[in-house]
Design a protein around this ligand. Structure first.
Ligand code: 3PG
Length: 376
């Protein structure tokens, strides 16, 4: 295994130094308030460390995909815990940074308001780098993106990983060495992005349960009718996965049809029905598999969680929280389900990453981590 990237805790004297901190601030905003603050609770660890070391911290991040979205609510969340001043843009942040005292914190508005962030524009990365003397990347959930604040800035500043990035790497590396019997629960959508991981983990884990829209791809490839259910664009190209002895598919599914819902066998679904969740028999089966397992890794909701079909995802979260196995979970909706139930403390590790978690598991590194390794 490769050595980890340099860690900010190994920098001896941070007092008075301007530290540009890239954090994971992308939280869901529902009806004008933060619906799940898991990422912020993790982000504050490195921020507190820098403040304790009397660094002058300029914290940057993004929120949502609409460039008009603002980090102001996120700044309010931090302000309730540490003194933070908000800078509406990088220019303003630069002039504010010149008047900082040791231990001060400034938060800069959503980086994605400037297209240079997503385009990994050199000019934008240079401008951003001007805010600090040292760069700390603590935004694990964004480390799979080749954006300016992730892979551009480390070209211009001495760069380090924050506590969250190191913690995620350590725990997710543990998931690559599970205790047997082991169970990997992979759900959600987009077969094409998950196939490499699926193949790799079939060699590592003893059983693999496939749920969510991914399971629909398997049903379709088996020749079943999935009606109006969500399926991946590419479909299941690798037919040998179909009868793989380690793969377990849902035994029953929850469907909706003209506003009414019901439970049936996957083989009974017809053209005008839509699979929105698994069913009770599937949860029983999953309970047996997880009950026998010593290590369980879970990513992705079992149903269309974002449209409100959360019943069996919540049930699985609750069941897993009471099991003896080592439990490592991740993905936005999965973490949100656990957070909603208030049972985070019953899991060994909850990753703040969705796509980043899966890509790290597949590649054992991420572009943002490699950028730190190159620049010690
Ligand atoms: C995140 O913050 O969750 C990740 O960057 C994913 O968001 P994105 O797909 O908009 O980059």
């Amino acid at each position: 295994m490769k050595a980890g990237p340099p860690h900010i805790k190994d920098v001896p004297d941070l007092a008075g130094r301007r530290v540009l901190l890239r954090s994971s601030l992308n939280v869901p905003i529902v009806a004008g308030s933060i619906a799940d603050d898991l990422r912020l609770r993790h982000a504050i660890v490195t921020l507190n460390y820098l403040q304790g070391a009397r660094a002058r911290t300029i914290i940057v991040g993004h929120i949502g995909r609409d460039p008009k979205e603002s980090l102001s609510l996120v700044c309010d969340w931090f302000s309730e815990r540490v003194p933070v001043r908000f800078a509406p843009n990088i220019g303003e942040a630069l002039s504010m940074s010149k008047k900082m005292s040791d231990g001060d914190i400034i938060m800069v508005e959503n980086l994605r308001q400037d297209p240079g962030e997503r385009d990994n524009d050199e000019k934008f990365a240079k401008e951003l780098s001007g805010l600090g003397e040292i760069f700390v990347n603590d935004a694990f959930s964004v480390c799979h993106r080749e954006h300016s604040s992730i892979v551009g800035v480390p070209k211009y500043l001495p760069s380090y990983a924050g506590f969250l990035v190191i913690d995620e790497m350590d725990h997710l590396s543990d998931a690559l060495r599970p205790n047997s019997p082991s169970l990997f629960i992979l759900a959600g959508a987009k077969f094409e992005t998950k196939e490499p991981l699926m193949r790799k983990f079939l060699d590592i884990y003893d059983r693999m349960f496939i749920g969510g829209a991914l399971a629909n791809d398997f049903f379709l490839a088996e020749g079943l009718n999935v009606g109006e259910s969500a399926v991946s664009e590419s479909g299941l190209s690798a037919k040998e996965l179909l009868n793989h002895k380690k793969i377990v598919l849902p035994e029953d599914v929850t469907i909706i049809k003209a506003g009414k819902s019901g439970v049936k066998l996957p083989s009974e679904v017809v053209y005008n029905e839509k699979i929105v969740d698994c069913g009770p028999k599937t949860i029983e089966k999953l309970n047996l598999l997880a009950g026998d397992a010593k290590s369980v890794l879970w990513n992705g909701p079992l149903g269309t969680y974002e449209s409100g079909y959360s019943r069996y995802t919540l049930k699985l979260a609750e069941d897993l929280s009471n099991m003896d196995a080592i439990t490592i979970v991740g993905g936005g909706d999965t973490a949100a389900a656990i957070s909603k139930l208030g049972i985070e403390h019953k899991f060994n590790f909850i990753s703040t990453g969705g796509g980043a978690m899966l890509q790290f598991l597949a590649d054992e590194t991420l572009p943002g981590i490699e950028a730190l390794r190159k620049n010690t």
